[in-house]
Structure formats: C-alpha cells, structure tokens
Write a protein that binds this ligand. Structure first.
Ligand SMILES: NC(=O)c1ccc[n+]([C@@H]2O[C@H](COP(=O)([O-])OP(=O)(O)OC[C@H]3O[C@@H](n4cnc5c(N)ncnc54)[C@H](OP(=O)(O)O)[C@@H]3O)[C@@H](O)[C@H]2O)c1
Length: 318
C-alpha cells in the first residue's frame, strides 16, 4: 500500500525514514521547501520514497498505480504537523484542502498532539464525505518515530484494520493499540502526557533533595544508573536524566524555566470536568508555571505580607 505523509518536521521526517526502512512506498510533502529539500538529501538510494512539491501532487501520486494509470483504490495519508489551527486549515479550508482532494473510502491519520475534542469534530467533518480520520497519539519522541515508537489509535475500527499492519511495522512490538471511537487515541495520549508531567515532577523533587543533602555528595549519574538497573522506578525518564548528568556539569546549563506544550493543561481541565483527582499531574503542571519569570510576582506578594505583619525578610529561613 502506498502511503502519503504530510509534515517533514522532526517527527515527520523520522517517521518517513522509518517507513522507508520497512519497505513502504511513501510519498511525502512539507509546506516549507527547506524541509522538503533537506529530506530529499536523506532519501536512501534504493528506497521507494519521494518528496513532492504540493498537496495536489501528493494525492495524485498516491492515486497513480505502478502502471502510471490513475486507479480508484483508497488512499492513506498520515499527517504529522503542528497541532491546532494549522491542521484545520490544511484539512478543511479552501479548494486545495485534504477534504476537497480526498474521495470516499480514503483514510487520514492525524498523528499530531491534537486535542481529542478537535479529533472528534474533524472525524465528523471527514465522515460527511465518507472519509475516515483516525486519531493517533504517538509517544517515544523523535528517536521513537525513527526506530520504533508506540501508537494509540481512535476511530473507525475497519479503517484501523486497513492500516494496522503498516503501523505495526514502525512501532516497537506490542506498541500499537486501538482504544475506541474517534478521539479515543488522542484522549489516552493526553492522559499519557499528564502522567509524564507527574513522573517528571516527582523525579525532579527527588533529585533536588539529593542535591540539597550535600553531606553525602552523591554522584547523581551513578545513582540514576543504579536506579535504571532493576529498581521499581527504572524507565526512560531515569535513563534520559542519567544522560543529562553524564556531562558532569550538574545541569548548570539547563533552563530554569520549564516549558509546556499545553497537553498537561488539557489533562487538568479534563480532570475538573470529570470531577476526578489529578493531584500529582496538577502539581507537575503548576510547578512549570511557577518557573516562569512572570510568576515571580507571586512570591513578592507573600514576602510583602510577611514583612508587614512580622517584619520578616524574604531570605530568612528556619
Ligand atoms: N517532538 C515530539 O517528541 C512529538 C511527540 C509526539 C507527537 N508530536 C507531535 O507531532 C507533530 C509534529 O511535531 P514535530 O516535533 O515534528 O514539530 P516540528 O519539528 O516543529 O515540525 C512542525 C511541522 O508542522 C508543519 N507546519 C506548521 N505549521 C503548518 C501549517 N500552517 N501548515 C502546514 N504545515 C505546518 C511544519 O512545516 P513547515 O516546515 O512548513 O513549518 C513542520 O513540518 C506535532 O503536532 C507534535 O505535537 C511531537
């Protein structure tokens, strides 16, 4: 089965090369010429990959058989671009949108970190033309996209069956699952990201405690190496953190401000809507907000009150 791929950013390019490694015939397109040209240079000589100049060419290419004739077979397109408005624009706006170019029976896979409610809405819009949209949460980062990530899928189960074998070829064994109707894939991916916030916060608090206990001068890289070797908390995050400590500079060049991509906020909002606790996840999210310089004002407010009622300085400690 020929596959189309939209988006040759960090993730898309890695997935493109992964698909080619597994012998798939893939035609790819990216909005900016820069990434198209960069990807052409990476195409293995004997691969069945091509990079095309626009979306119409991508669709036309997928509809053309090896005999050069246009055929009526369904086509499958993976989209892995920036989440949000960019997706709505590409999928639905104008005469050259995907909705306009695709035909009944075709399948679109959205592999961005889209909000699951957006995915439900988009699948509904495609369904009006009998096109299936599967929402696919992908985890494993760029390395995973290149060598084997894991994927969580939502949407029509028959459409999933059509693409299952292809997806199985680019994930690690056992790393593919279908979790329900439209939105389910991105919903479970959102929860996964929330768990990540909580786990990272917990690990950071533990390492901060070890840093504070100067009496033992613990070698943190060595400790994380031991934790990675059979402990209950072993896993990718411990392994990645060990890598960061290996440079030996005790994280002095790392940013004090922690970014967030919005999915942690979605999880906390969802927890409020469902009326379920999300204490650890919310703590991780709010810790990131606290790291933002614009929120230093909060500490100033508390310091002001302590100074006025007790004459305390901002630096006193007990
Ligand atoms: N990085 C990760 O670890 C990871 C993991 C799981 C999921 N994801 C998701 O995967 C998606 C891609 O992530 P990435 O890391 O590859 O990002 P990236 O390297 O920043 O690439 C972004 C891609 O989106 C395209 N794009 C942005 N705005 C566009 C628009 N208006 N129209 C068409 N294309 C547009 C860019 O094309 P141009 O070159 O034209 O700008 C580029 O191909 C995101 O939704 C992200 O949330 C990322």
């Amino acid at each position: 089965m020929k596959i189309g791929l939209i988006g040759l950013g960090n993730m898309g390019q890695a997935l493109f090369l992964n698909l080619l490694d597994h012998g798939h015939e893939v035609s790819a397109w990216n909005r900016s010429a820069e990434k198209r040209e960069a990807t052409k240079l990476l195409l293995p000589e004997d691969s069945k990959g091509s990079v095309v100049e626009n979306l119409q060419d991508l669709v036309a290419n997928l509809r053309t058989g090896s005999d050069g004739q246009v055929n009526s077979q369904r086509i499958v397109i993976i989209s892995i671009i920036k989440a949000g408005e960019a997706i709505d624009k590409m999928f639905f706006e104008g005469e050259e949108s995907l909705l306009d170019l695709l035909k009944p029976g075709d399948i679109v896979l959205d592999m961005a970190n889209s909000h699951y409610q957006d995915s439900k809405r988009r699948a509904g819009l495609f369904a009006q033309k009998d096109i299936h949209m599967l929402d696919v949460g992908i985890s494993g980062g760029v390395e995973g996209a290149r060598t084997g990530a894991c994927m969580m899928v939502g949407g029509d189960s028959k459409a999933f069956e059509v693409v299952k074998e292809t997806l199985e070829s680019v994930v690690i064994p056992g790393g593919l699952g279908h979790f329900g109707t439209s939105g389910a894939g991105h919903f479970v991916k959102m929860v996964h990201n929330g768990i990540e916030y909580g786990m990272m916060q917990s690990l950071a608090e533990g390492m901060n405690m070890i840093e504070a206990k100067s009496e033992f001068a613990v070698n943190k890289a060595a400790l994380l190496g031991v934790w990675s070797s059979g402990s209950i908390i072993q896993g990718n995050l411990v392994k990645y953190l060990q890598q960061a400590y290996k440079s030996g500079d005790n994280l002095t060049t790392e940013s004090e401000v922690v970014g967030d991509n919005g999915t942690g906020k979605w999880v906390v909002q969802e927890a409020l809507d469902l009326g379920v606790p999300a204490n650890a996840i919310a703590a991780g999210l709010f810790a990131r907000y606290s790291s933002r310089p614009e929120n230093n004002y909060l500490a100033k407010v508390i310091s002001a009150m302590r100074r006025v009622f007790g004459g305390h300085s901002g630096r006193d400690r007990s």
